[in-house]
Design a protein around this ligand. Structure first.
Ligand code: ATP
Length: 289
């Protein structure tokens, strides 16, 4: 069965439909030697409109594969993905990756303006929107700079400005801060939350950091080791807007981090065993032992 990524024009709030609805999603990769990797199996997920959902799970459990399928970059083996409430003229999604996802040959301004320009937004809309998001990410002074002239943190700010300026239905973020040092990471988390608070877009965010997940999210999904399924959902009850640093002092914060680790530990262990099994030699070496 082929992939089905459907967009409907009904608004999610009007129908109480989740913004993202995934049913029975399977993804298998045919790899060399006739082997098949089952990345996702019987995967179901609802993400309500405006929710900041973060996915954590062991390496190889299918997080990126899921995000790529949500972005329409990868076809499902079977199952359906629906993104509800599409508005004519607005893109369905914008994606921010771990590495550089901006164009190296474009200035900061042009990178941030790219999505709007491609869909024919007026000059004044581009000026206002890009101006707003460069300001919100502290990049106004660097509007004419090129990516190679910026630090890693600033390049990720450009990615974020571009993603929000694009005004997509959903935002997909794959470990956007994982390459940054701790200080930059904390600053960018706070900036992301501040910008997100203005629009409360539906976000699906992937991270390996349990702290980051608790800091940013409304809800956290813990995935099982391969094949990836939704193992547990944890609600994060903290009010918004959030103070990223203050949050970490609260006893409830520690309790949620602990809860997630409890869910994750078994899966990380299972993923490790799977990786060891793959590494185990399947035939004898060259020399007699
Ligand atoms: N194009 C591909 N061809 C073959 N196998 C693939 C392909 N893409 C992903 N896989 C496999 O699918 C599984 C899930 O990969 P994926 O990258 O989604 O995991 P992940 O949870 O994002 O991992 P990590 O946390 O390490 O980034 C892995 O076993 C991976 O090797």
């Amino acid at each position: 069965m082929s992939n089905t990524i459907a967009s409907t024009s009904t608004t999610a709030s009007a129908t109480d439909e989740p913004k993202i609805k995934i049913r029975g999603l399977d993804k298998r990769f045919d790899v060399s030697g006739g082997h098949v990797v089952t990345a996702l199996e019987s995967f179901d997920l609802d993400v309500p409109q405006g929710q900041f959902l973060t996915i954590v799970g062991p390496s190889g459990c299918g997080k990126t594969t899921l995000l790529r399928m949500l972005a329409g970059l990868e076809a499902a083996t079977s199952g359906t993905i629906e993104v509800n409430g599409g508005t004519a003229g607005r893109p369905e999604n914008s994606m921010v990756f771990q590495g550089d996802s901006i164009f190296p040959w474009m200035s900061v301004w042009d990178n941030a303006a790219y999505g709007l320009a491609v869909r024919g937004a007026s000059r004044s809309e581009i000026k206002d929107t890009v101006g707003h998001y460069l300001d919100a990410t502290g990049l106004t002074k660097f509007a004419d700079a090129y990516p190679h002239q910026l630090s890693g943190g600033m390049r990720q700010r450009v990615s974020i400005a571009r993603a929000f300026a694009n005004d997509p239905e959903i935002l997909l973020m794959d470990e956007p801060f994982s390459a940054l040092d701790e200080q930059n990471k904390t600053l960018l988390q706070a900036e992301l939350l501040r910008i997100w608070d203005e629009s409360r877009k539906t976000v699906v965010f992937i991270t390996h950091s349990v702290d980051e997940a608790v800091t940013l999210s409304d809800r956290i999904m813990v995935m099982s080791a391969q094949p990836g399924t939704a193992k547990a959902f944890i609600d994060v009850p903290f009010e918004r807007p959030r103070d990223v640093l203050e949050l970490r002092h609260r006893p409830e914060y520690g309790a949620i981090v602990y809860d997630i680790w409890q869910q994750l530990r078994e899966e990380v262990e299972r993923a490790k065993q799977q990786a060891e099994a793959k590494k185990a030699p399947t035939r004898r070496g060259l020399f007699r032992r």
